[in-house]
Design a protein around this ligand. Structure first.
Ligand SMILES: [Zn+2]
Length: 125
């Protein structure tokens, strides 16, 4: 694995994420998307929903940003590729797929795109 290459990839990912986050958080107050439904009922609702979406997006971007940061720090510490949870190797395959991974599959658990817990939900059968 080429650490220099990984570092460059992580840095450019971080920059991209920072740009995204910046765009989300510095949106002008009256840049409300032009929703021309002519309905007056949900005026505040649209805004609230929009804000929630923005917050959720910003949070997930911030989380990704933190991961990229952490991975870069690990490169510096020469602990890149080792799990932050158990200290075991994360595995080349996983690192190739997710260069910013800082935990092995078992420590990372099921947090793949699913924020919060996905297991304790509907128990039908
Ligand atoms: Zn682990």
């Amino acid at each position: 694995m080429d650490f220099a290459e990984v570092g460059a990839a992580l840095r450019s990912r971080r920059e991209a994420l920072q740009g995204e986050l910046h765009g989300l958080t510095t949106r002008p107050a009256d840049a409300t998307p032009s929703v021309g439904f002519g309905k007056r009922v949900g005026d505040g609702t649209t805004e609230a929903v929009e804000r929630i979406n923005t917050t959720a997006a910003a949070r997930s971007i911030a989380a990704s940003l933190a991961e990229a940061d952490r991975a870069l720090a690990k490169l510096d510490e020469a602990s890149y590729g080792l799990c932050d949870g158990c200290g075991k190797p994360i595995g080349d395959e996983r690192l190739e797929a997710i260069p910013w991974a800082t935990m092995c599959v078992s420590c990372a658990g099921g947090r793949s795109g699913d924020r919060g817990r996905g297991k304790a939900g509907s128990r039908g059968a």
